[in-house]
Design a protein around this ligand. Sequence first.
Ligand SMILES: [Zn+2]
Length: 280
Amino acid sequence: MIDLSKAFDKPEEGLKYIPVHYWNIRGHQVAFLRLIRDDGYTESWLMCDCDFQERSAPIILGSSNDPHACAAKKTVYTQVIEQEKQWYEHYLRDHSVKEAILHIFERSRAQEFLGLQYTSIYAQEVAELLSMQWRDVLVHIDELFTEEKLNLNGMILVPYTHRFRFPKEIQQLLRYMIEEPLGWPNGDAGDCFLHDLEKAIHEYTHYKHGKDAFGYGGNYPHVDAHILSMFGMKWVRDALTSYAIDAGKGDEKAKENFMDIYREIGLLTEQCRLIIEKLH
Ligand SMILES: [Zn+2]
């Protein structure tokens, strides 16, 4: 039995531990505990005596003195996930996948124990609870983002906040431009850059939503084809310009062909520019 008075009450640290649920696994007590700080901040963890043992040596992750290595705890994680999977199998009979995702997200935000190790919830974990492939879950999360109900930070589910964002295709391009020189993929370097850039646009311009810049009639959060083609053609034109110069040094026919393509792209770019102007 976990001795709450001895192990969990640490008034000197301003911490209070409230047991939410207990399990007895082969005589080993495991508890889901809510940690409440004096300032009202709370965290919730699955804990057992292993977390509070006096140790002569420091904890080595994955070794036998690591509290996460506790077999009883592992049993609880497995049991609860199985229960939740069954519960959601039932829930999905008369609810949509999107409703189930929001349901899981709200429960994790309320720090309910869903059989997961950490309080933040990953798309892959949602997929496990719904017995789905995570790529299929991402499609639904994508729709929830478009509906402005949910967002992903990396693969972690986070609440949707209203602010300026580039369309997804341009976000991905900007991420790549930042991370490619560092060795793609490179952690969250691209995401951090993107966040700062979008935050600055939100704060210092009149663009408070991606739609303000990329059109209300379009298919935001994706970019309209004509805008993407404007970007694409500009780059192709730049590339062709230098290529045409090289070609011009040699074969006359090659030069002619490149100049034809170049002129056509120029005309299309001009048409796109006119469309964009009408949008603003
Ligand atoms: Zn234990």
